[in-house]
Write a protein that binds this ligand. Sequence first.
Ligand code: G3P
Length: 219
Amino acid sequence: MHLFLDTGNIDEIREITGWGVVDGVTTNPTLLAREADRGDYRALLKEICDVVKGPVSAEVTADDAEGMLRQAKSLVKISEHIIIKVPCTAEGLAATSAMFEEGIRVNMTLVFSPLQAVLAANAGASYVSPFVGRLDDIGHEGVDEVEKIRVIFDNYDIDTQIIFASTRHPEHVLQAALIGADICTMPAKVFRQMVKHPLTDKGIERFLSDWKKTGFSID
Ligand code: G3P
């Protein structure tokens, strides 16, 4: 499973990409707005692309297909790595099919049902992002919807990639992997939680104290 970092924060991106485990980044207008005091969003997106050297999602803010296409054409000029995030609306679908014709890759976002995912794939989206955490928030089992999308896409050999999104904790990442999501995008906090295990810390402590007793050093 590919792992994406869901943030617009360049420090977090530098930190976690340094582990060699990040395949791409997803942003959205809220995440980029949090970084607004660092300067222009285009410069930030360029910097993110240069660090990640993989797919970086940037979202349009227009609500009509024509405006979305115009914004997409502007955003893809930032870097070859930019993927256009488009919300799953009727206008968003029309924009996605126009972008597909132009060779612009789309990540259809704010997807909450398998049928929205089918529409996204049919419109030509390269990625579809079901928001699991936000479904959980309203009392649904978000993961079940992703599982259904996996079944449907497999039934028809649909190659649109499923991005398990709105990931809130490591258990979500495990569920994403078990049901066969292509990608899981998550905040830096979840990456940090994933790496930690009390037995790893305890093991290191024990190894080091035993080694210290020998007086040897590895040079
Ligand atoms: O990639 C989706 C993400 O940005 C939304 O996550 O936690 O705001 O629901 P969240």
